[in-house]
Design a protein around this ligand. Sequence first.
Ligand code: HEM
Length: 424
Amino acid sequence: MELDEVNFFKPEVNKCPYDAYGVLREEAPVWQDPLTGFFVVTRYDDVRAIIFDTENFVNGARSRGRVATPAMAERQKKIAELYETKGWTPAPTLAGRDDPNHKQMRALFDHAFRPSKIKMMDEFVESLAHRLIDDFIAAGTCDWVKQFAVPLPLIVIGKQMGAKEEDIWKIKAWTDAWVQRLGMMQTDEEAIWSTEMEIEAQHYFQPIFERLRKEPDDTLLSDLVNTVIPEWGRTLNDNELHAEMMADTFVGGSETSTNALSAGVKLLIERPEVWSALKSDPEKYLPQLVEEVLRLEGPVQGLFRTAANDVELHGVKIPAGSTINIRYASANRDERHFECPADLDLDRSNTKTHLAFGAGTHFCLGAPLARRELFLGFKALVERVDRMWFLEHADGTPLNNFDIAPNFALRALKELHIGFVPAS
Ligand code: HEM
């Protein structure tokens, strides 16, 4: 691929962005995308440096937003009116704030997601993984995405957010709509539709907040609803809670783990030697598998920062107010940091330095939970399945097209049809 062919909105680049990342890392490590105006940063050291430089690169109030064109501004106005008249205007999320305000709110979340609480969820996650496999094991085939990778994290986070298990597909439709908006590839109609979907979700969650205020329980949401932030002298209000439900807990907590669970199985089928190693000693290799999957197929390909000041990087002048697109998934395949980066190496020594969860002050809140979901999800698969393959049509043509949902920020396999021999 040539530099002038790099275009993240092209379906083939969306499907496999890794060549494009390679070209950018080599030829234009700070590349101003002509379509969005964003400064795309792709090398490991640069991505890491930006994440830690919270003086020059910010997320919150000092950021001027990402409205690139008048048409986009008009769309934003319509969306704002919808929230005001029909629902709750989402307040800035955790990820959309800067310290010290961010740190004050993050302490509340860190308390809710404390290690002892995550550990208590292990038993449920593991038994859920087996329950989901029970449903398709006898058939010898499944769509791994729909039958395992989507429901596992969604049911786990749903339970912690006061939702009923039978509602997960309704919630999935809301999170899909939200993710489509984040993906920045929507028409005006789609943007309005996805806002209306979010408002529908708000009306589902509002009574749950009200119930938990009256009757606290042991869920994560109950802590989020009822814990006072000392510096603010109050608990989160409805607008703050609604923002967190969609962006940080349901989307942050399900879409991402889903995509790692899906990508992991695809990688395992493509690499039978890795599967054999895993079968031979799951306890030894599973933790490393989890990290390598996250490194190679990061569910969050890239997110954003805003330049708070004029800065210069690799000779490129980035004016204050510019949007920086930091591509974690490219950093994670940077040959300057990882040897033979495209290999899934169960003995790689520096795997855990990957940036799939970001780093620094905004380091992923849900990383410990996601790691347990991936570990226990893959563990159940190793225990229940001996061999697996990609399904084909009767005429021998492949059933999988490995399509990736169009999205500038996230990476999601739409479906993954596999056949398998159950473990004896
Ligand atoms: C494989 C799964 C996951 C991946 C790859 C992932 C990735 C990320 C990344 C890249 C960031 C941004 C870091 C930055 O801005 O530099 C982030 C932040 C965040 N994630 Fe995750 N995440 C995952 C799972 C989860 C889960 C399970 C939850 C919650 C249940 C969650 C909640 C959050 C929240 C709340 C933030 C914002 C933190 C802050 O700004 O302080 N994530 N995640």
